[in-house]
Design a protein around this ligand. Sequence first.
Ligand code: AMP
Ligand code: MN
Ligand code: MN
Ligand code: MN
Length: 279
Amino acid sequence: MQTVPNYDLHCHSTASDGLLAPVDLVRRAAGNGVDVLALTDHDEICGLAEARAEAADIGLRFVNGVEVSVSWGGITIHIVGLNIDPDNPQLQQGLHAIREGRTERAKKMAEDLARVGIPGSLEGAYAYVDNPNLIGRTHFARFLVEKRYVNDVKSAFQHYLVSGKPGYVPHQWATLEEGLGYIKAGGGVAVVAHPGRYKLTRTEMRKFFGEFKDGGGSGVEVVTSSHTAEQFLEYAILAKEFGFLASRGSDFHGPGESRIDLGKLPNLNADLKPVWHDW
Ligand code: AMP
Ligand code: MN
Ligand code: MN
Ligand code: MN
């Protein structure tokens, strides 16, 4: 039987909002049968060196990645950069600026939560932060679970951390152009993360894909834990229509928190051109 290599090109470590240290993430991926792994922390690349060293030790192929937060059309969109050069100064500076925005947003989130009777959430969220330069909503979610305001991380988002809820603070991330610029400066390939998650109409999605392509983007996640089987098909069709390379990634954040484990995804359909076709 012919087996297809197992590529997982989207996951998170403690360098952002994942639960496992880079070294443990790599070991878990190998244990799960992943052949090629990309670590794609939010707006952060400081976990790559540790992950790469461990991958080399245990014979797993490793890809330097990042998941860049951008604002487009009033919503937040995530762009995964793959095969980036972590030493590129322009990429480093761009990501640094986005992380500083996160620190400011976190203070405002805590003020908002205090107004609805939830004190101490900034310190509480930081207790879950491993990398002091990178705080996100997931860290607040874990604090809200700890204090029993909600039963799980998913409910924390539903009740507090999404648009219209008391802990939600609208935020201006990098522009699409800036985000693509950072990835390009680092020599990486830009891939739209989990497109099925964005609240865009079909027309808006096409407009976004068009701008993404014009700006130098070249891929889209087709198989991701965020998508249903119908969405695998929907984005496979759009990938072909726009001439995008297709990617596959679990978006794993941690055991017990993520529904889909590292590498445990369906394969890309054979009629798609995978983002790794020329690696
Ligand atoms: P941030 O970049 O700080 O705004 O946080 C975005 C992260 O929050 C995502 O990468 C997910 O890890 C997490 N997240 C967003 N929405 C949800 C949700 N509905 N349930 C669980 N986690 C979520
Ligand atoms: Mn996340
Ligand atoms: Mn994302
Ligand atoms: Mn992600």
